[in-house]
Design a protein around this ligand. Sequence first.
Ligand SMILES: C[S@@+](CC[C@H](N)C(=O)[O-])C[C@H]1O[C@@H](n2cnc3c(N)ncnc32)[C@H](O)[C@@H]1O
Length: 624
Amino acid sequence: MALNKFMHPRNRYKKEKPSFLKLALKYPEFRAHITQDDSGKVFLDFKDADALRALTTCLLKEDFDLSVELPSDRLVPTLPLRLNYILWLEDIVGKDPGKWGIDIGTGASCVYPLLAARMNQWHFLATEADPENFFHAKKNVGTNEMNDFICVKQVTSEDALLTPLEDSHALHPGQFDFCMCNPPFFADHMEAQALTSTRSPDRPESNSVSTASPQECIAAGGEVGFVRQMIEESAVLRDRVRVYTSMVGKKTSLAKLKEELRHHQVSKFSTTEFCQGKTMRWGIAWTFDSTVVFPRSPFEARKEKPPLHFTVPKGAGSVSYEVHAVASFLKELLQSIKIHVFQGKQAKSYSSLTLTAGENTWCHQRRLRRQQQRLQKQCRDDAGGGSDGTSPVKDSSRSGRQDVGRHTSGGAGVSGDRTESESEEGKLVMTSSDLGNNEHVVTSTQGKKRPLENYQVSEKTGSGKRIRRDDDTGSSHNKNYGVDGGDETSQENGSRPDAGEPDKKSSESSGRGEGDQTSCSESGEGQVPPQGGSIPEAEKDSNPADGDCGESSQGENSEVTASSSSLVDTSPKEFILKCVMRLKRADEQVQMELEWLEGDSRELMHQLFTFLKNKLTTLKVKAV
Ligand SMILES: C[S@@+](CC[C@H](N)C(=O)[O-])C[C@H]1O[C@@H](n2cnc3c(N)ncnc32)[C@H](O)[C@@H]1O
């Protein structure tokens, strides 16, 4: 599952993903790592640690005016994740300047303090146990003239994690507003290795490289041990720090840490998800201050809007009343209105389809048909009359296919054929990895690539000879920093991205058909709870599997068996609506469920739901 829609609403990489092309044109050190294929698409090899390093340093410079040197043998921080963590902290403690924080294990990059000092003028006490990282962190602070904001302290790994606080009164006598930490994930080399060996065969091989050195990603007790120690120490320090936080790489760690918090009678704590690309991480926060308010997690909040439900009538589409038959019927119907359908899990009494629509082809069907008939007539007249097969528009009334929305002007014609974007996407493989916290990559599996440097870069036009505009090639962007221009991008203060009414703009633009069979209802009609037969949770959430260190796994733990179809989702990346359709057998009935994933507005899904309901009902009546 693409997680960008759950990226923090204020994360700049949600609003505007970085353009590799622009970076390449501006930064020769980045350009050296870029290749281009014959079609002009630009690529970055995320398996190359030097390429990742170049990307991070150039983005820090370009987007935050930070000059950061990253040693070649140390962790390269990825920025969307780091920003998500800082923005979550802002939601908890406020973003006013002058806050004081502690960053435990700041790394060579000193990335959290540098970003937060630049963004919010926050002050930091940053600790680091690895001598090389300490050296570079101090250097990076100095290079950016941040010594007044950031104090880097060398510690030993035997020290208590929050020990530096004891002698920090001179630095900051008052309460620290927060502490933060990206702990070493693993307990030992075995655990680090197990991550790769337990990978499901269904999932594509990871495409990005781990950049973390053992001293950075391994600590006794792993992340649970590390944060457990923080909890123990916080129980002594209590209000010396207002809010204690840490990131974790495994969802299973959260339960163990919550247990620890309960054990220490910390009653106020909260968790969140950091979503970016195909990577998910988790945040845990706790406090001894009853006035602290923790924000709601948008990822969790999405579950609060129930899916739409409809009982498929017997006889609809003249197909047998079986889940697989109804699923095939609906699949064909949806494809005929140009909705991309990706087959997910399938079983005897369960089928899940991901629907992706590039345009609204389900509203105003009657009007479109009338328009089409007029156009057909005009074509026949122009061709000398008669329906002799010379008409450029196929006569759907004779095609035998259910014609539900052929656009005859402006948009592309509707057919059951696979869309261009789909076949285009067939060339792309999205993968992800974890160890180095690296977000992910789209790499081409075919086509020749050549270094970008081989192409002339025109300074005047700012474009390379063989470089197409960004909009022409989705691939000149890092899709994992990606944007999904949903309406949530404008929301502030961590409010729910998918809450509220359909936005005005899309309600207006979608229009309502007069007397239209698919009258574009925005009602929550059909929003009744499912009647029996629960849908597997893993399938619902597409949550990264526990112990997965964060990748999205398309519901690997689902109780239902995977279909033989490819598990690589080839859905188009540009769309106005993406939702999941689930068909299941419950109480001797076939139930259809439509659940929102993302898109311009929920209203589009309501409209599609009404359209499908009408189709199924009408066809049933006809069949009877
Ligand atoms: C996963 S890295 C995170 C680095 C950086 N904060 C980031 O997010 O990119 C963990 C860091 O913690 C440091 N570390 C390990 N044990 C530590 C300890 N006891 N006290 C302070 N730092 C420690 C490691 O050297 C490493 O730099």
